[in-house]
Design a binder for this molecule. Structure first.
Ligand SMILES: Cc1ncc(COP(=O)(O)O)c(C=O)c1O
Length: 327
């Protein structure tokens, strides 16, 4: 049986031609969640700044606060959630220790392009900043989107910590087996925190993870095809219901703008979520918790739906949205 660290390194080589030494460059953690927390604790000091994109996946900022580091927000805007390169450049300063990039992105479904990642890489190199990437949705991609691993761009292998996990790729989100990969010095720093957070991950799950990571390419293609069908179906359902839909390029999620569909008494995303459950019978996640600072106002108009549902559940949602009397 190949050790899970070897299996993780072989998976990185198979899909991204990323070279990792399983003994020094891979750390197994209790899910990507712990990997991120240990990374932030291990790689930042109180008073450091860390750049995050807004909307931001909800664990990063509490992790930063617990570590005494300060988040610095760069907004993603527009239909394809792009960042402004000047705005990003201005966010870097002498206190910037790291930047966190989540691609494919929760909650928007954005997949950062190679050009966008190049811009980020240039700034990291210029300011001697570490990149921490959260790539848990690396295998959940739509249409012709492809996942680019920042660590494989020129100059970035030495300064990128890549985080991923078993949960989404193998549909075992409760297992909490994740990993952090990168240069030995960064991984060692993360291990200094991991050692005192969880210490180790359940051995049987590590053995099963090793088997999963070696599944043939067919498995990964089938996974994508099944999610592509569900994404298409949910986009169709939400569009027919009258929402402005931000078509995702990856991840489990679809963001919508609910203005124009909800009745006038619904004033924000929390009220929208309650109204949708009570009146229509469909649940969503209000978007404002993903908006911490720059675009707080915008988050109030958005909600996030999940694609990872059975066909029956999606069909039931379609029937319930029919109550809106559209389409
Ligand atoms: C962007 C992102 N990172 C990390 C996680 C958690 O991953 P894990 O279950 O491996 O801790 C999630 C799960 O929702 C997620 O969406």
């Amino acid at each position: 049986m190949v050790s899970v660290r070897q299996a993780i390194a072989q998976h990185a080589e198979r899909f991204y031609k990323q070279q990792l030494n399983p003994d020094t460059d891979v750390l197994v953690t209790s899910g990507a969640t712990e990997a991120m927390f240990a990374a932030i604790l291990g790689l930042t000091d109180p008073g450091d700044e860390v750049i995050v994109f807004e909307p931001v996946y909800d664990t990063y900022v509490p992790n930063l606060v617990m570590a005494g580091a300060a988040p610095r927000y760069v907004p993603l805007r527009g239909d394809d959630w792009r960042f402004d390169a000047d705005e990003l450049a201005k966010a870097f300063n002498s206190r910037t220790k790291a930047i966190v990039i989540n691609t494919p992105h929760n909650p928007t479904g954005k997949v950062f392009t190679r050009d966008e990642l190049r811009t980020i890489a240039e700034l990291c190199l210029k300011h001697n900043v570490v990149a921490i990437t959260d790539e848990v949705y690396e295998h959940i991609l739509y249409d012709d989107a492809s996942h680019v691993r920042l660590a494989t761009l020129p100059g970035m292998a030495e300064r990128t910590l890549t985080i991923s996990s078993l949960g989404k790729t193998f549909s075992v989100t409760g297992w909490k087996v994740g990993w952090a990969m990168g240069p030995a010095a960064l991984v060692h720093a993360v291990n200094q925190a991991h050692q005192f957070i969880t210490y180790a991950v359940a051995t049987p799950l590590q053995a099963a993870s090793s088997t999963a990571l070696h599944l043939p390419f067919d498995f990964f293609e089938d996974l994508q095809a099944s999610y592509q069908a569900r994404r298409n179906r949910l986009v169709e359902i939400l569009s027919r219901a009258g929402f402005k839909v931000f078509k995702p390029q990856g991840s489990y999620f679809i963001m919508i703008d609910w203005r124009g569909v909800a009745p006038r008494h619904v004033q924000d995303d929390m009220q929208f979520a309650h109204w949708l459950i009570q009146e229509i019978g469909v649940a969503c996640i209000p978007a404002s918790p993903f908006y911490q600072e720059v675009e707080r106002q915008l988050g109030k108009y958005f909600a996030r739906f999940a694609v990872c549902k059975r066909d029956e559940t999606l069909n039931a949602a379609a029937d319930r949205f029919a109550k809106l009397g559209r389409g």
